[in-house]
Every structure is written in structure tokens, then in C-alpha cells.
Design a protein around this ligand. Structure first.
Ligand code: AVI
Length: 373
């Protein structure tokens, strides 16, 4: 059993995280320094009640798999904040508010990747289906609301769609909506962090798998991590299967920088929101208003970078740590690699993929690639 934690919300707006790494924490054990009374049904994922022994019952509870609040993740977060320059892992963008802000980003006039990729999938769906051939299961990684796959289902006609996402309930609801819209399509939701090898239920046939990883999300990993991910995707696809992946290509500096510095300030808010999420996970006291959004293209690494820059001298504290930031000092929050197409095709080959076919839009801003496992 992997690490688990529960998020408890209390009537007066207080929140508490409790976490444990193996099996069931015994009822009444001291967790996170407080005595909690825990009642379970059918294993740790069915939490009936959890409350500090001497306090009001929480108004809501959520059981989550290994997400940011685990002990290990807190250690990594604290360690990353002590580095020079400090950094925060990009996964911390995606709390509830972060997901909403990202959705808003995808609709911004300056943020071209989402609409360019969608247009490509729509326009080239039939070509993609021809390249893929018979597809038994379509497996989307980081599926979220399963919006993009709608553009492919009619062309690919898979028997089964598998949505994989770290937000299990969210993806479960999304695949159920798909099943209603596409009668005859079997659906399955898998709650998993895609940075680790993903295990699918035994009923998902090993043959005819197409792994779908859209959105140029691969660009948010460093090249080494991307290679590991691509190898894992190849294993998941299996012999005879394939990968359909979206990547953002290098382009005009102005276009790139505008996409991450939108006029409405949504990306700036998305960037600053990471501090609220870190405060929740680490119990730190960042004040987002003390930080400015900075985004620029780093040509040497062919990547957009996002940072938060201290507007004044800032002192941040959290249990077991503290850091003083000088005015102008930055925290590195995101990289978004823009791979030239030939380089990315090479990476796919290095990861063990064979023949690749790529489609780009008329401006060569974005590519969708089909690679055979
Ligand atoms: C999710 N990912 C592909 C986005 C990107 O463009 O790297 C995240 C993002 N960051 C700022 N704007 C959008």
C-alpha cells in the first residue's frame, strides 16, 4: 500500500492533512502531531470519520493517493525552496484553483497550443486513424475532463477508452459522460500518477493499444525525465501498439513570450497560485502579493521558463525550515520545452519507438506525432 493522506475540512474553515505510508493508521494514533480518531470501512480508501480527538468533526473529508502533502513530498518541497535558485515542482500548479486557471489559459487569445492542437486533431483525424490502424484501446494519460479525445473517437473507433489521471473521481465522471455520448464504447478510469509506470486493469487487452498524450505536457518535464516517460509509454503501449503525442514547436520569440505573459494576467495568477498550494501542502506562509510573474524564452535550452520574483525582501517560514529571499530573487516554477520536430523524433527513436508520422499545422507551431511501439 503506497502513502495515503486525507484532507479534512473543518466547520470554521480550518483544514488538516494527515498522511501515512503503510496500511491503516491505527485509530487514535497521533498523526501529524495531533491525535486523530479514524474510522475506516473496507480499507483505507473508505474513510468514514476522522477528527482530532478533542475537536469538532470535520465537515468534509477526502482521501487521496500519494499527492503533495505526504511526508516525502514535504521534504522535497522544503529542500527545493532552500536551493539557489529556489524552485517549486510544476505539479504544484494543479490544485483546484490551478486547474481552473489553466482551463482559462487554454481559452486566452495569446495561448495558441490548445486550439492549434485541437484544430490539428480535427482536421487530420482520418489520416491519424489510417496511420494507427485497428485500435482496441485508446489510453489517455492525464486525461482530466477527456475533452480532446472526443475529437478522435469517431475516427479511431476504439472498443475501449481508458482515462488515466491523478484525479480519480474527476476522470471517472468524465469517462462516464463519454460512455453516454458514445454508446457502445467501453470506458475505464484509472487513478494514477503518470510519472510512475501505469498499471491497467487486466481486462484491458494487451493488443491494439494506442497511448494518447496530448497538450504538449511532455514539454513540462526535463529531457531526461521525458525520455523515462517515453520509455514507460512504449512499455504501456506494448508490441504492436503505439503512441499519439502532441508537442509544441519552437517559433517566433514574440509569439512564445506573449503566450506566457497574457494581457489579462491569467498566467501571472496561475503562477502566483502555486504559492497558495505550497502554503497548503507545506504549512508555509508565502504571500503571493509579494511576488511578480516572470516568463521568458531561454534559447540555450529551447524552453519557456516561468519564475516568481520577490518584489521586496521576503521571509518565508514553514515547519522545520525558513528562507530569506532578497528583493529581485527568483523561484523557478516551470519549464516548457519547445522541441524542434527532428529532435523529438530522435528522442522517440531512442526510447525504442519505430516508424513515426507527424502532422503539423500550416504555421508549423505544433505537431501531433504517431509513433509505433
Ligand atoms: C500544461 N502545459 C503544457 C502548459 C505549458 O504551456 O507548458 C502549462 C502552462 N504554463 C503556463 N501556461 C500554460
Amino acid at each position: 500500500m503506497g502513502p495515503w493522506h486525507a484532507l479534512l475540512s473543518y466547520p470554521k474553515g480550518g483544514r488538516a492533512w494527515i498522511g501515512w505510508s503503510q496500511g491503516l493508521p491505527p485509530a487514535g494514533e497521533r498523526l501529524g502531531g495531533q491525535a486523530f480518531l479514524l474510522l475506516f470501512r473496507e480499507g483505507p480508501r473508505m474513510l468514514l470519520s476522522a477528527a482530532p480527538a478533542d475537536a469538532q468533526a470535520p465537515t468534509s473529508m477526502a482521501m487521496l493517493p500519494d499527492l503533495p502533502a505526504t511526508h516525502h513530498a514535504r521534504k522535497v518541497l522544503g529542500h527545493d525552496l532552500m536551493r539557489t535558485p529556489a524552485r517549486i515542482g510544476a505539479k504544484y500548479f494543479y490544485d483546484q484553483r490551478g486547474c481552473e486557471l489553466f482551463e482559462a489559459i487554454t481559452r486566452l487569445p495569446e495561448y495558441y497550443p490548445t486550439r492549434t492542437e485541437k484544430a490539428l486533431l480535427q482536421a487530420r483525424g482520418a489520416d491519424i486513424a489510417r496511420s494507427v490502424g485497428p485500435c482496441t484501446s485508446l489510453i489517455e494519460l492525464g486525461a482530466g475532463n477527456c475533452e480532446k479525445v472526443r475529437l478522435l473517437l469517431s475516427a479511431l473507433q476504439p472498443q475501449c477508452f481508458v482515462g488515466v489521471d491523478v484525479a480519480g473521481d474527476f476522470v471517472q465522471a468524465a469517462v462516464e459522460r463519454l460512455a453516454r455520448e458514445f454508446p457502445g464504447l467501453e470506458v475505464c478510469a484509472v487513478e494514477a500518477d503518470i510519472t510512475a509506470p501505469v498499471a491497467l486493469p487486466a481486462r484491458i487487452a494487451a493488443e491494439g493499444r494506442l497511448v494518447f498524450y496530448p497538450g504538449s505536457s511532455i514539454g513540462n518535464f526535463d529531457p531526461d525525465q521525458s525520455m523515462t516517460l517515453l520509455r514507460q509509454m512504449r512499455t504501456l503501449a506494448g508490441a504492436g501498439g503505439g503512441l499519439l503525442i502532441g508537442i509544441d514547436l519552437p517559433k517566433d520569440l514574440q509569439v512564445l513570450e506573449a503566450a506566457y505573459n497574457d494581457a489579462a494576467g491569467v498566467t501571472a495568477e496561475f503562477n502566483r497560485n502555486v504559492l497558495r498550494h505550497v502554503n497548503q501542502c507545506l504549512d508555509s506562509d508565502f504571500d503571493p502579493a509579494q511576488w511578480a510573474h516572470v516568463a521568458f524564452f531561454n534559447a540555450a535550452h529551447s524552453r519557456m521558463e516561468m519564475h516568481l520574483q520577490a518584489l521586496q525582501a521576503v521571509q518565508v517560514r514553514w515547519p522545520g525550515g525558513a528562507r530569506a529571499f532578497a528583493q529581485g530573487e527568483r523561484i523557478h516554477t516551470e519549464n516548457s520545452y519547445k522541441y524542434p520536430l527532428p529532435l523529438f523524433l530522435q528522442m522517440l527513436t531512442q526510447a525504442g519507438f519505430k516508424a513515426c508520422k507527424a502532422w503539423t499545422d500550416e504555421r508549423d507551431w505544433f505537431a501531433v506525432i504517431h509513433a509505433r511501439a
